[in-house]
Design a protein around this ligand. Structure first.
Ligand SMILES: [Ca+2]
Ligand SMILES: [Ca+2]
Length: 314
């Protein structure tokens, strides 16, 4: 609850489920009721970077879903999503806890970061001061939102770790499904998964990994999800930038032009900068590690790894 309010811009009562006392409703009978138009606005998502525990997780994670009465009938073993927009079946195991994660510090700015601009999945490139451009100034998204493990002074980021994947597991819990834009860039390698499914996997050391800001679009159903951003430094300067923007109307992000037409900056709900003062949740010698194809959920009652199958309502 606390993190929700720290992270959400304009956190509404709707988000604060379970936190408010019921408010008695009074009706002024002298004034005729005014009918209001239904709104198509969807409530903002709950996006959190959970604190990383420094103690090992319980070996048996508790179940995270409870059956509820619903208008959506699901196949055996599946549970209806909160908005009845589908069914899900999860497989859960306890993660490996490898030790306290690296503390997070702001990236050291670099004029090469983002110098080619934003790059959409279909190849559209947009270059300016916001996304990044080649004007010998350290601007653009990776310079603005990038982070890496703190140096020994604990204030600025350094070059370490080198040769290790580290990253974030961001919880996105939404009452209504919607589309989201994910942006990232890294010095040197990067990968992106949603609910354990790989969306982007750049395991070479091509300088384009940090010279572009890489955009991806996803459609999320209602309910909890985990977006994982990871970076890997092959040597020298290091940085990982990551952002989540949305929600946008379901089915609206169909091509580069439709993605580029959205108000990305005005709908940011999470950036890597929000992890300052915390630690990298994911690592290979620190933090948590899940089996391949599984996502790390630190928003459950106890840390767990999950994979999931989905099915349509019957
Ligand atoms: Ca510029
Ligand atoms: Ca590097």
């Amino acid at each position: 609850m606390r993190l929700c309010c720290l992270v959400l811009f304009g956190c509404s009562e709707f988000d604060l489920r379970g936190g408010d006392e019921p408010v008695p409703v009074t009706v002024d009978m002298t004034t005729p009721a005014v009918e209001t138009e239904p709104t198509s606005e969807v409530p903002p998502p709950i996006v959190t970077t959970p604190p990383v525990e420094t103690t090992p997780p319980a070996t048996t994670p508790p179940p995270t879903t409870t059956p509820v009465e619903t208008g959506c009938l699901c196949p055996s073993g599946f549970t209806a999503l909160p908005d009845d927009d589908g069914c899900v079946k999860r497989t859960e195991v306890a993660p490996d806890f490898l030790g306290e994660g690296y503390p997070v510090c702001t990236v050291i700015p670099h004029i090469d970061y983002g110098m080619y601009g934003a790059r959409y999945p279909g190849g559209l490139i947009v270059s300016d001061d916001y996304w990044g451009d080649d004007d010998f100034l350290p601007d653009g998204r990776l310079n603005e939102t990038g982070v890496w493990a703190c140096a020994a002074d604990g204030v600025s980021s350094g070059f370490e770790p080198e040769g290790e994947w580290i990253g974030f597991a961001v919880c996105v819990d939404i009452d209504v499904g919607g589309d989201y834009l994910l942006g990232l860039g890294a010095d040197n390698r990067m990968r992106l998964t949603v609910d354990g499914v790989t969306l982007l996997d750049h395991t070479d050391d091509n300088s384009e990994n940090f010279k572009y800001w890489w955009l991806q679009a996803i459609s999320l159903t209602s309910g909890p999800h985990v977006v994982e951003f990871e970076g890997f430094n092959a040597g020298g300067p290091a940085g990982l930038g990551a952002e989540i923007s949305g929600p946008f109307a379901s089915g609206s992000l169909i091509d580069d032009a439709s993605m580029a037409s959205q108000d990305y900056d005005g709908n940011l709900v999470w950036t890597a900068q929000e992890s300052l003062g915390s630690t990298f949740a994911l690592g290979e010698t620190s933090g948590y590690q899940c089996p391949g194809g599984m996502a790390l959920d630190l928003c459950a009652e106890a840390p767990l790894c999950y994979s999931e199958e989905t099915a349509a309502c019957q």
